[in-house]
Design a protein around this ligand. Structure first.
Ligand code: ZN
Length: 152
């Protein structure tokens, strides 16, 4: 393919929203729907997609360099783009959590560990950026395989 021209035009309005979620291919289409239809963001948001998603903000003792990079990206986006709203999404059956040692959390249940991290990240973000509105969500799938998202 020599070149490709999208039917989408460049977004010139700017945004004050940052979304952070995991890289898992299984959830990309469902999360795209949730953000654009469910939250009505109309594809106008900054997006940070990394393994484990917002979990990178809670690894200061266990993986300090990884945590440092996560915070560096957050600070850059929040300050440079003057963000006001942060949407953090964890998801069911996240492979990233399967490699984490259990001692990092108070619970052994995967979802509880993820929710614990979402709340830890929110507490740290709210302390560092008091003007930010931080929303927490958990994505899963129902018996038909449809992606579901609920507030945490
Ligand atoms: Zn994941």
């Amino acid at each position: 393919m020599p070149s490709y021209v999208s039917s989408s035009k460049v977004e010139r309005a700017g945004t004050d929203v940052l979304v952070v979620h995991c890289s898992s291919s299984r959830f990309q289409a469902g999360l795209h729907d949730f953000l654009n239809q469910g939250l009505n963001l109309r594809s106008n948001y900054d997006l940070l997609v990394i393994p484990g998603g917002p979990q990178c903000l809670t690894l200061i003792e266990y993986l300090p360099k990884f945590s440092w990079a996560g915070w560096k990206w957050f600070r850059f986006l929040v300050e440079t783009h003057e963000l006001k709203r942060l949407i953090l999404i964890a998801h069911q059956d996240c492979s990233w959590y399967k490699d984490l040692p259990l001692h990092l959390h108070t619970a052994s249940d995967a979802r509880q560990r993820q929710e614990e991290d979402l709340h830890r990240a929110k507490a740290k973000l709210t302390k560092e950026f008091p003007h930010l509105r931080v929303e927490l969500y958990y994505a899963a799938w129902d018996s038909s395989g449809r992606v579901t998202v609920e507030a945490v």
